[in-house]
Design a protein around this ligand. Sequence first.
Ligand code: BGP
Length: 464
Amino acid sequence: KLKEFPDNFLWGSSTSAYQVEGAYDTDGKGLSVQDLHLPENGNTDFKIASDMYHHYKEDIRLMNELGMKAYRFSISWSRVIPNGSGKINEAGLKFYDDLINELVKNNIEPIVTLFHFDLPLALYKKGGWNDRQTIADFIDYSKLLFNRFGDRVKYWLTINEQNVMINHPNAVYPADAELPSKKKLYQQNHNMFVASAKVMDLCHSMILDGKIGPAPNITAIYPATSAPEDVIAADNWESIRCWLYLDMAVYGRYNALVWNYLQEKGYAPTIYPGDMEIISKSKPDFLGINYYATATVKAAKNDGHDCQPRNGDQQVMLGEEGVYRSAQNDNLKMTKFNWIIDPVGMRTTLRRIYSRYNLPIIITENGIGGEDSLNEDGKIHDKYRIDYFKQHFLQTRLALTDGVDIIGYCPWSFEDLVSTHQGYKKRYGFVYVDRSDSDIKDMRRIKKDSFDWYKKIIKENGSN
Ligand code: BGP
């Protein structure tokens, strides 16, 4: 028998600051690395994005209408501290004060990500996460937020998709930047582990009833066949892509196999005195998990071709020479943007996470991007999105039934926003925003069919 979603389940939705807010230089905001993505492909515009900065009241009215119990969003570091360290921008803090007050007024639980891909440009220029000073700056920034919002914000997320930042660095670097070596990336990774551990401790000491956790992108990795070598390849990639991050957050130690791999490859970071003590003593209260799609791999051949890009599938990260090679999975369909659709993989992923870590889980992202457009009848018929969520909600319920402790689900995204690479061409929202890549139009908000469907699901607490 299927288990019901718990009564206080946090049905929500997600966004991130640079993808929705716009107002990129308004009221004293400093630049972030994402603002430099402006001209990428000539179509991605983070300057105005969905202009939530000026529409937040209207947006929260819609959240209320949707019946949302929680809203997961991020704070723009360079809006509140324009240079990443030093001078504070009161106008930026006030914007988030107003936003949070409006949420609380509407009985919507704020779930706040401290850092979602948008490092202040000034810090990037000083070396970004390769500079140990960035750890201290991140702590000062977090202290400011805990102090100011800790009375109203009880759920915090440390760093969004740290594993994507390391495995797909082009998502977080200015378009024309030279990407760092793997060795440098793994040093950044280590520095972010230290920063996350410190910030979890800080949250616990400053907000007594506060809860904090990481938000990596986690997915089960399938072996392409039952050949034992393929199984090892899948195990390798799952450890490097997923368990490295959660083992650090929960157990406070490097996954032994991954540490061995880092050393073998010459990627192992320098660990500074005291780092591991800090990491081992902090603990998350829950795990935020972003899930989009599974990946499938086969044994590496170490023939110089393990890293070759595969056609189509955008979500499979490239192979790693001598470790694994990405493979096609003919059992699964793909979205129009070539992302694998695998609802059962979500159940598998949730089960694997829970059996390893035994901590409550909030699904902090999951969703489908498509080319939605306004129909002649003035509506947006996104049936494919309803089908997608129907299946993913069911698999989540099956995971609950299996015994996984899931406490919230925040689909990506509340409203259309600027996708990291495809701009406004690829839309994720329950709410349509009337603009295109090149044409700002009037930014009108229009409920999609999926909005009405999700509203009903929330009202009935997940039964469909
Ligand atoms: C996640 C990010 C989000 C969001 C989402 C969809 O990796 O945390 O910021 O963008 O993926 O990805 P995309 O915009 O590339 O389609």
